[in-house]
Design a protein around this ligand. Structure first.
Ligand SMILES: Nc1ncnc2c1ncn2[C@@H]1O[C@H](COP(=O)(O)OP(=O)(O)OP(=O)(O)O)[C@@H](O)[C@H]1O
Length: 262
């Protein structure tokens, strides 16, 4: 499904810094995501995770620092131009239309990411009809990949929380990401649902996407799916490493437990 793997890091950010007036939300963060990796970006509330996401995807222009995607400097690119290169993000707010079915939502995701002109939509020729066929086939395949085939024709408003979270990822996949960045994709899931969700995410890498970058507060999920974790605290990098090393890092425990541990 995805293009041949990138040589070198897929995403590389250096010295990322964001200041809002007198507030430094993110300071000198360095981040890489390699092909085939699931990277977690974690940290306590207000640590700067969403601000980093916004800088990586062109929603904010960093005060300092640079972002490279597939070797191209995208620091001052607009969000839509970055999305076209294959860097797709989700938002904390749902991208699902509740009155549409699961299939219709994913199909709509294809059109949102489409390049088709309005004229071609109203006066379709063979090219448009083929694109339509391909979009339907692709939407079906994505629904299956996300384990939602049995719920294909069910209205999104009737889905369980776990199914809804899977559908949100399915809609993002319709944009054909090379790197998919998910902002709190497992919000509100119970332990069983988070387990299913995590296992599904792992199957995407190397098939539907090359890599994943995840901001998530559910530590069980993060520790279970990520190859590497970057920890932010007060806008700065506190630690980076494999899940086991992060779990046993006293600085990380202190950042999370802080006053409670004192
Ligand atoms: N537009 C803004 N203007 C001013 N300050 C901001 C702005 N956006 C974020 N901040 C501040 O920057 C810091 C980092 O916020 P950010 O939302 O990136 O953290 P986060 O790690 O994503 O938090 P959470 O886990 O709660 O979503 C916070 O202190 C926040 O108040």
């Amino acid at each position: 499904m995805t293009a041949s793997p990138q040589a070198g890091p897929l995403l590389r950010a250096e010295n990322l810094t964001m200041r809002f007036g007198g507030i430094t939300a993110v300071k000198q963060v360095a981040l890489t995501v390699n092909p085939g990796e699931i990277v977690g970006l974690i940290g306590p509330n207000g640590a700067g995770k969403t601000t980093c996401f916004n800088m990586l995807t062109g929603f904010y222009t960093p005060t300092e620092g640079r972002v490279f995607f597939k070797g191209t400097d995208i620091t001052s690119h607009k969000p839509h131009a970055i999305a076209r290169l294959g860097l797709i993000r989700s938002f904390q707010k749902t991208n699902v239309m509740k009155r549409l079915t699961v299939f219709e939502n994913v199909l709509t995701g294809h059109y949102m990411a489409g390049r088709q002109s309005l004229l071609a939509t109203f006066f379709p020729g063979e090219t448009v009809r083929r694109a339509e066929r391909e979009a339907r086939e692709s939407a079906s395949a994505i629904v299956e990949t996300m384990g939602l085939s049995r719920r294909m024709n069910v209205q999104a408003s009737l889905l369980s929380c776990g199914e809804l979270r899977l559908l949100e990822v399915a809609v993002a996949l319709a944009a054909k990401p090379t790197l998919l960045m998910l902002d709190e994709p497992a919000a509100g899931l119970n332990s069983h649902e988070a387990g299913v969700f995590g296992e599904t995410l792992k199957t995407l890498v190397g098939t539907a996407v090359q890599s994943l970058l995840i901001v998530e507060h559910n530590m069980e999920l993060v520790m279970g799916v990520c190859d590497r974790i970057v920890v932010l605290n007060f806008g700065q990098m506190l630690a980076e490493g494999e899940p086991r090393a992060i779990l046993s890092n006293p600085k990380v425990a202190e950042a999370y437990l802080g006053k409670a541990a004192a």
